[in-house]
Write a protein that binds this ligand. Structure first.
Ligand code: GLN
Ligand code: ZN
Length: 698
């Protein structure tokens, strides 16, 4: 009985890749250093899987920045503005596409399906060079994940590039074969979507074409499925799995950190064995382990009870192997019974259930989800109270987090400095940020979030029902990693979380100070969520806790509250947030969600769109009416590049062509915490200048 892993986290157990990348980008280490760290990480992972007993170990799942960008490089599909014509694509060109450089902004980045991973969107048109590096995101998914290059006619069919792409894939396959590969894995995640007939035909056509090159490997002999997310997949397999093919059964969840229910998985596998045959069944993960944490052994903070409920990537590899062995008649009884004991302790633990929280969430009625007043009436009332100029300027919340600031937080956490010293240091930081904003003449201020390490962790740490890891990092994009909290129990808010800092900041200025909260959908989507109750129940529990916080902020004199829903798209269409006041959405696909946004009934929404202006504009051009305030990001904060006043003014003008001037806000596209002050100050100055310039022309 064989075992297989779809893919593995590439950052390393202690984020080794992140640090190697950032030091390389800062010019503190060489390309060779970066390559060495990466090569070591890869070989460590392979050795680990092999000693765990895994038969099919994935390679080529490593990427310096992103696997889709790697495929772009393999295909030579470098947009012309990065100045590459032929020859090897070096780090220069590669990282310019990923991050931008002094003269050219980065390529667009967007969410990978419903995960918190972001890929670099390929830009395709009729032109395409030829350059080969073996990386195997499947050809059809690659094309369908792309967008049209600038200036390419809208009617251009991305799939029409297929005949140009397939020969390159064939070359790569031949090279891999030459290097001794007997299996190649093509990731075609687009298959999870409802595809129109011609797209499905593209799939079958493409693989029929590749088949000739594949023969001599094992042909297309195997299909792998996620048996966790798609609840009907297993029935489809049972009713119509092609004869004689291998089935890679993804029964170990690659998307969460919970220990597998081994007994249940074994039953599933046994039923599949009856369909495809013993020798054709391979135990696998539901998807790449890229989206889970790396290794539980590095967790020293978690208590033993919670730890027994968990499995990170390294433990999932062991689970896959244990299942494969059990199917083959070598069941490790003690491993299986320890697993059963852990699952039953989780089901009955009093740390998991809080009756009053359960009751409050169950008592929510329809009208609790709607606001009592019309948006126009609210906007008028706010204008009266706030008296803002047209095209009001603001930022999204965080200001640069300097080395000194991180040190203060770290030392406070480690109890190396007193609470008094900590509060003093944070107050000074807030004062500095307030002064900068007043000097820049920004209209609605923020406190800069110096007390926050992470927008979800900060709230999770103050809510009950959450646990935290020391090293449970997951890659978000490039070198950026997140450490999702683990929601294991019912969620409640023991006391106010942000009121002290927000009202302290408000006391330092006459301008409106925004209260800054992370929304429930984002907290949910950026956490590892319990799988023992429906997601929406957990979401409502968090929403009720945030609602209490909103009310306390209002009482504390805060007149503008921003609720960050950076991850809204992941939860739709199941949820909306009717009580949101200001809300900020990050990296969401606006097209998908415009109607849910309108439904959400926020007073002002700010959207991260600066790498995808056109998409947003076209939504409004096509006649979608939006009557509330809106602040489409006017420049990209994810790149160190400083936008010019003209460039920002140009963007504002484009927005004004499709939106009413009285609803438009001017703000960067996201928080500034990853940037340096030397970038932020001039960029914000140009932003305010651009707003003033346009005000003077209206
Ligand atoms: N207020 C948060 C910040 O500025 C928002 C970040 C986000 O939405 N990604 O950091
Ligand atoms: Zn954002």
């Amino acid at each position: 009985m064989a075992s297989h892993i779809v893919g593995y986290p590439r950052m390393g157990p202690k984020r080794e890749l992140k640090f190697a990348l950032e030091s390389f980008w800062d010019g503190k280490s060489t390309a060779e250093d970066l390559q060495k760290v990466s090569a070591d990480l890869r070989s460590d992972i392979w050795k680990q899987m092999s000693s765990a007993g895994i038969k099919y170990i994935p390679s080529n799942t490593f990427a310096y920045y992103d696997q889709v960008l790697d495929t772009t490089a393999m295909l030579g599909a470098v947009p012309p503005r990065y100045g590459w014509n032929s020859g090897e694509i070096g780090f220069d060109v590669y990282f310019s596409m990923a991050r931008g450089n002094a003269s050219v902004p980065a390529m667009e980045m967007t969410k990978w399906f419903d995960t918190n991973y972001h890929y670099i969107v390929p830009e395709l048109g009729p032109e395409l060079g030829v350059e080969t590096v073996p990386v195997l995101v499947g050809p059809v998914s690659y094309l369908l994940l792309s967008k049209l290059a600038k200036g390419v006619d809208k009617s251009f069919d991305l799939l029409s590039v297929l005949p140009k792409v397939l020969p390159i894939y064939k070359e790569v396959i031949a090279e891999l074969k030459g290097a001794g590969a007997t299996w190649i894995q093509f990731d075609e995640p687009l298959f999870v979507m409802d595809l129109e007939g011609h797209k499905l035909q593209a799939f079958s056509g493409a693989y029929a074409e590749l088949e000739s090159t594949l023969s001599g490997l094992n042909g297309v002999t195997a299909f792998g499925f996620d048996l966790i997310r798609g609840t009907k997949t297993i029935d489809l397999i049972k009713s119509s799995f092609p004869q004689g093919k291998y089935l890679f059964a993804g029964v170990v969840d690659g998307r969460n950190i919970w220990a597998n229910d081994l007994a249940a998985s074994l039953i599933t596998l046994q039923s599949l064995e009856g369909i495809v045959g013993k020798d054709k069944l391979v135990v696998s993960t539901s998807c790449s382990l890229l989206h889970t944490a790396v290794d539980l052994v590095n967790e020293t903070k978690l208590d033993a009870e919670i730890k027994s409920w968990l499995a990170f990537a390294a433990q999932k590899v062991v689970e896959v192997d244990a299942l494969a062995k059990a199917l083959a008649g070598q069941k490790n009884e003690s491993f299986f019974s320890a697993n059963a004991a852990a699952l039953s302790s989780r089901r009955s633990s009093p740390r998991v259930t809080n009756e009053s929280v359960q009751k409050a969430a169950a008592a929510l009625k329809g009208s609790d989800h709607r606001r009592a007043t019309e948006v126009n009436a609210r906007l008028d009332a706010q204008q009266k109270k706030l008296n803002l100029p047209i095209l009001p300027t603001t930022t999204i919340g965080s200001f640069p987090q300097t080395v000194e600031l991180r040190k203060v937080r770290r030392e406070y956490k480690a109890k190396k400095i007193s609470e008094e010293d900590y509060v003093k240091a944070i107050k000074e930081e807030i004062k500095k940020v307030v002064d900068i904003q007043e000097e820049l003449d920004i209209d609605v201020l923020v406190h800069g979030e110096p007390e926050r390490n992470d927008m979800v962790e900060y709230f999770g740490e103050q809510l009950s029902g959450f646990a935290f890891t020391a090293n449970g990092w997951v890659q978000s994009y490039g070198s950026r990693c997140v450490k999702p909290p683990i929601i294991y129990g019912d969620v409640s808010r023991p006391k106010p979380m942000t009121v002290f800092w927000s009202s302290t900041a408000q006391s330092m200025t006459k301008r409106p100070m925004k209260g800054m909260l992370t929304g429930p959908v984002t907290i949910l989507n950026w956490s590892f969520v319990r799988n023992d109750q429906p997601r929406h129940e957990t979401c409502y529990q968090i929403a009720l806790a945030i609602k209490d916080e909103v009310e306390d902020l209002e009482k504390g004199g805060i007149g503008v509250i921003q609720i960050d829903e950076a991850a809204l798209r992941e939860g739709l269409p199941s949820f909306y947030l009717d009580w949101a006041i200001h809300t900020h959405m990050c990296y969401s696909n606006f097209n998908d969600i415009i109607h849910s946004i309108i439904d959400m009934d926020a007073d002002v929404i700010t959207i991260e769109n600066s790498r995808s202006d056109e998409k947003l504009l076209s939504v409004f051009r096509e006649g979608v009416k939006y009557g509330a305030g809106i602040g489409p990001g006017v420049y990209d904060i994810h790149s160190p590049r400083i936008p010019s006043t003209d460039e920002i003014a140009d963007r504002i003008n484009k927005m004004l062509a499709v939106l009413e001037q009285n609803i438009l806000w001017v703000n960067p596209d996201c928080g500034l915490k990853t940037r340096k002050y030397t970038e932020v100050k001039p960029a914000l100055k140009n932003m305010v200048d651009a707003a003033k310039l346009i005000r003077s022309q209206l």
